[in-house]
Design a protein around this ligand. Structure first.
Ligand SMILES: CC(C)(COP(=O)(O)OP(=O)(O)OC[C@H]1O[C@@H](n2cnc3c(N)ncnc32)[C@H](O)[C@@H]1OP(=O)(O)O)[C@@H](O)C(=O)NCCC(=O)NCCS
Length: 165
């Protein structure tokens, strides 16, 4: 989707981001009723403190978000983790996710101290997301068996992935 424009999120975007994340079913780490405004505000504040949080807008409407936090402690501060990406259902499959990652990596390259590693975790069944992440350059680093519980009560493995900058 070439018409989306990207910019850093602010705390004022929290209600809009919350509404999008509640609709973006798939592999997010919380169910819609586990997401609330204080949690969303904390998530954006935490990501912006050393990491990044970016939104993709299609006109006035939010089409997608990506955020990742810098790991605390001097030994790990070159690492971005706790990455969340979510695209509005009606905007999925149009390249918004890829645009968000490309902006995340470009912005990460400007941060100080330097970012050398970006981590994410994705459930095994999200094969379209894993294909996207591998296309971008993320590599699988292992497998957490039976980690993600699905709505039907069964469990799926979670796949830790990382991209080295
Ligand atoms: C994962 C996600 C961020 C990808 O963003 P996107 O903008 O749809 O990504 P792209 O348009 O670049 O498409 C990536 C691939 O996914 C496919 N795809 C996108 N949406 C899809 C959907 N709802 N169902 C199945 N495949 C889908 C695309 O066709 C493309 O496939 P390809 O690799 O064969 O070409 C998005 O699907 C999403 O927000 N999902 C819900 C939240 C979520 O699961 N986040 C990830 C947690 S790890």
């Amino acid at each position: 989707m070439s018409r989306v424009s990207l910019r850093s999120l602010t705390l004022a975007d929290a209600p809009t981001v919350l509404a999008l994340m509640r609709r973006a079913e798939g592999g997010l780490g919380r169910l819609p009723d586990e997401m609330d405004l204080p949690w969303m505000e904390d998530a954006i504040t935490g990501a912006l403190a050393g990491g990044l949080a970016i939104g993709a807008w299609d006109g006035a409407s939010l089409a997608g978000v990506i955020k990742a936090s810098r790991m605390p402690s001097v030994q790990f501060q070159h690492v971005l983790w706790d990455l969340t990406v979510a695209v509005a259902p009606e905007s999925q499959g149009q390249g918004v996710g890829a645009r968000l990652f490309s902006e995340l990596l470009a912005t990460a390259a400007t941060l100080t101290p330097r970012i050398e590693r970006v981590e994410l975790v994705v459930r095994e069944g999200l094969t379209h997301a894993i294909r996207l992440y591998e296309r971008i350059g993320f590599r699988r680093e292992g497998r957490f068996e039976r980690r993600f519980r699905l709505a039907d009560g069964s469990c799926e493995a979670d796949i830790p992935m990382a991209l080295l900058l």
